[in-house]
Ligand binder design. Structure first.
Ligand code: GTP
Length: 334
């Protein structure tokens, strides 16, 4: 079996056991080569069942045994065989997972080395943060940014409840990062946000109460987030709040992650965060190995450039904040 860089597996001919010539009886069970497999997109996962969209038909599938323990997540492109009619009580089989373009991961907490893939093949991370009720949570935003940089997703800041408070302070905080953002209120236009989402695969994250469901339901009226999750895979009323669900939106996909309230970042190396700041990454090449880039760190080339006036102080401050959030020093928003 060959493994691809993104963790996908392809079966090749070595994987198919060939009966030695000269056997007396023909095999009764021929292992299919899956040449007839059809490509599908995983839109929901629930306890070993994968809802896949196959040529516009929603099909429920299980994982073929030969795929072993490797995970299949929402956003995966897969090859499916078997009953693809989508009729109730039919079950197809996922036989291949295609190479992933991107992988959004989290660790359960900052001390847990086990990383989980949450979503595959997304290209944008929409970080939903309220301006009031609950108060803005810049540290949550920072952690999401680190996860986005690590996954290679473009971050998008969605500031909700602008009818309750001004976005100015949050915008000042994030201005040095040059983040795209949308300021949203109940009666306000959604056109700008729609444009940013159209044609892309966007994962939405936000902590409880920030208005993520409200936003989802405005963008996709009738999607009824909570009920949607329950029915997406099994058609039954079971609560599946921890798994992601992809919904089609304007030639792209919106992926809701109801169970993801924060990102454990233990799997992320500080260098990966610095890479998110190309201007500072170049300077950091002259730092000693393992440099924290924090004030007082000996021989830090970033600090030296800052002192010479050759580094943007706001960007250095942002980088330091994100590095600190990786260390868990700024885990909780006040
Ligand atoms: N004033 C104001 N209230 C809002 C806005 N958006 C959402 N709300 C309210 O905020 C509360 C929380 O909204 P939800 O959409 O349920 O928030 P959520 O992020 O999905 O939270 P969970 O359901 O806990 O995941 C609800 O009472 C909404 O009516 C907004 O733009 N302005």
């Amino acid at each position: 079996m060959s493994r691809t860089r993104g963790g996908g597996r392809h079966l090749d001919e070595d994987d198919i056991r060939v009966r030695a010539r000269g056997g007396s009886r023909p095999r009764t069970r021929v292992r299919p080569k899956h040449e007839d497999a059809v490509e599908g997109l995983v839109t929901a996962v629930d306890r070993g069942r994968y809802r896949c969209l196959v040529a516009d038909t929603p099909v429920v599938a299980m994982k073929a045994r030969e795929l072993g323990r490797g995970s299949i997540v929402v956003g995966d492109r897969v090859d499916v065989v078997g009953d693809l009619s989508g009729r109730p009580d039919t079950l197809a089989r996922v036989v291949r997972v295609k190479e992933r373009r991107s992988v959004l991961r989290r660790t359960a907490d900052d001390t847990d080395p086990v990383e989980r893939v949450i979503v595959a093949n997304a290209d944008q991370l929409a970080i939903v943060c309220a301006l009031a009720d609950p108060p803005p949570q810049p540290r949550f935003v920072d952690r999401c940014l680190v996860a986005a940089y690590d996954a290679g997703l473009d971050p998008l800041l969605c500031l909700t409840k602008a009818d309750l408070a001004s976005p100015d302070e949050m915008l000042r905080t994030y201005e040095p990062l040059g983040l795209p953002y949308e300021v949203l209120s109940p009666e306000g236009e959604l056109e700008g946000l729609r444009d940013r989402l159209a044609g892309r695969t966007t994962v939405l994250v936000g902590s409880s109460g920030v208005g993520k469901s409200t936003l989802f339901n405005r963008l996709i009226p009738g999607s009824d987030r909570a009920v949607g999750h329950v029915n997406a895979v099994t058609g039954r009323g079971r609560h599946t709040s921890t798994s992601a669900v992809a919904l089609p939106f304007e030639n792209g996909w919106l992926i809701d992650t109801p169970g993801v309230r924060s990102f454990g970042l233990a799997h992320i190396e500080p260098e990966d965060i610095v890479e998110g700041f190309p201007d500072l990454a170049e300077l950091a090449q002259d730092c000693p190995p393992g440099c924290s880039h924090q004030p007082g760190e000996p021989d830090c080339a970033v600090t030296a450039a800052l002192d010479r006036g050759e580094a943007d102080p706001e960007r250095v401050a942002s980088l330091r904040r994100l590095l600190a959030s990786r260390e868990g020093e700024a885990d909780q928003d006040d």
